[in-house]
Design a protein around this ligand. Structure first.
Ligand code: 5GP
Ligand code: ZN
Length: 131
């Protein structure tokens, strides 16, 4: 399969590695948008968040948390933890990954500000609620 994160995970393509264990790897995002922007990936190909097993996602979250804590220990002031799940949600690489983005106050904006769309939240919650 022609998957860039599989190639990184199996050593075919270079990366700037931050962490590795038998099931997961973390490396710097190539975008260099925020200093230290890191991606946590499973070594095994899993397309997205919804396709991961509870056990697989739990392990990745644990790794993301360890890295997040490590970055704060190093002096970053906070982190964004982001999973884009599916193309509509702006997932561009279809191998599951968790973004761990170290942040400092005033270092930029991750998201464009969104404005309220005037939704009836009571009605919407009724439609979306898990029964
Ligand atoms: P997504 O948009 O799917 O949530 O995030 C994919 C991320 O992978 C992007 O932030 C992008 O910069 C990063 N990326 C894409 N190709 C490569 C690559 O070859 N190496 C690394 N290290 N990151 C990549
Ligand atoms: Zn893959």
């Amino acid at each position: 399969m022609d998957c860039i994160f599989c190639k990184i995970a199996n050593g075919e393509t270079n990366c700037h590695k931050i962490y590795e264990d038998d099931k997961a790897m973390a490396f710097l995002d190539i975008s260099d948008d925020f200093e230290g922007h890191t991606l946590v990936v499973p070594k095994k190909h899993i397309a997205n968040f919804n396709e991961s097993s509870n056990c697989q996602i739990t392990h990745l979250i644990k790794v993301a948390k360890q890295i997040s804590q490590h970055y704060v220990d190093l002096g970053y002031e906070g982190t964004n933890i982001v999973i884009n799940n599916g193309e509509a949600a702006e997932q561009s690489v279809h191998h599951l990954h968790i973004h761990v983005i170290p942040r400092r106050k005033g270092d930029g904006k991750l998201y464009m500000p969104l404005h309220s769309r005037g939704t009836d939240l009571q009605k919407l919650a009724k439609k979306l609620r898990i029964k």
